[in-house]
Write a protein that binds this ligand. Structure first.
Ligand SMILES: *Cc1c(COP(=O)(O)O)cnc(C)c1O
Length: 220
């Protein structure tokens, strides 16, 4: 089995080549290490190797360990990439640097309220349910415009879009849709592409690739 650092070198080289091939600046494509369920020693290895951008899918996943990491690595950037309940908004705003999963007005209200209270003006992404899957979070594409308007009215700063394509459909269709929506609303960040499909996300404008198993190995 390869170490995090070895996987990281291989992946970054692959990303650099693909970015160049589609005439993108390689530094505009960032590799996020999705560390959910990984033991602290794996995260330490990643940090020691220079990784600073991480994603956790649960608020509880960003507890004491990450707060301790932050004091040692002030340039840490931790994103919430999983669904957020309004009653966890306080912890989420306190623990994360970017919330990628804004998807409904009630959550906008809760986040705006907490950011005001904690004086933390975090950038957020809206999660789009591009496949309109009932079990998945995210706003439907046709409702994005209204949600963006609502965020604006609450001074919630939206800088990008995020999606998780359906398992059984070609991911590229969904990445292309997300790219089109971001362009329409002049949003610079696109969080899309995971271990299995990140290569397809690069030509379609991904700025953040959310990669777990291809970096850390299989989750426990
Ligand atoms: C787990 C997860 C990932 C990473 O998945 P891998 O297939 O392990 O790369 C990316 N995005 C979200 C939202 C996740 O929950």
């Amino acid at each position: 089995m390869m170490s995090f650092s070895q996987n990281c070198i291989v992946l970054e080289e692959r990303i650099r080549k693909l970015a160049k091939a589609c005439r993108r600046d390689p530094s505009s494509v960032r590799l996020m290490a999705v560390s959910k369920t990984q033991p602290p020693e794996k995260i330490e290895e990643a940090l020691a190797g220079g990784q600073r951008l991480f994603g956790e899918n649960r608020v509880q996943g960003a507890g004491a360990h990450w707060q301790a990491v932050r004091t040692r690595y002030p340039d840490l950037e931790l994103h919430l990439i999983g669904p957020l309940q309004t009653n966890k908004a306080r912890e989420a705003v306190g623990r994360f640097d970017v919330i990628e999963t804004v998807d409904r007005p009630a959550l906008v209200d809760a986040l705006a309220h907490e950011m005001e209270k904690q004086q933390r003006n975090l950038p957020c992404f809206i999660q789009v349910n591009t496949g309109k899957e009932p079990q998945k979070s995210g706003v439907f594409p046709e409702d994005l415009k209204n949600l963006l308007r609502y965020c604006c009215s609450k001074n919630l700063r939206i800088t990008g879009l995020m999606c998780i394509p359906p398992q059984d459909e070609p991911a590229a269709i969904h990445f292309a849709l997300l790219q089109k929506l971001a362009a329409r609303h002049s949003l610079p960040e696109l969080s899309m592409g995971m271990s299995a499909d990140f290569e397809k996300a690069i030509p379609l404008g991904a700025t953040i690739l959310r990669v777990g198993t291809a970096l850390f190995g299989e989750r426990a």
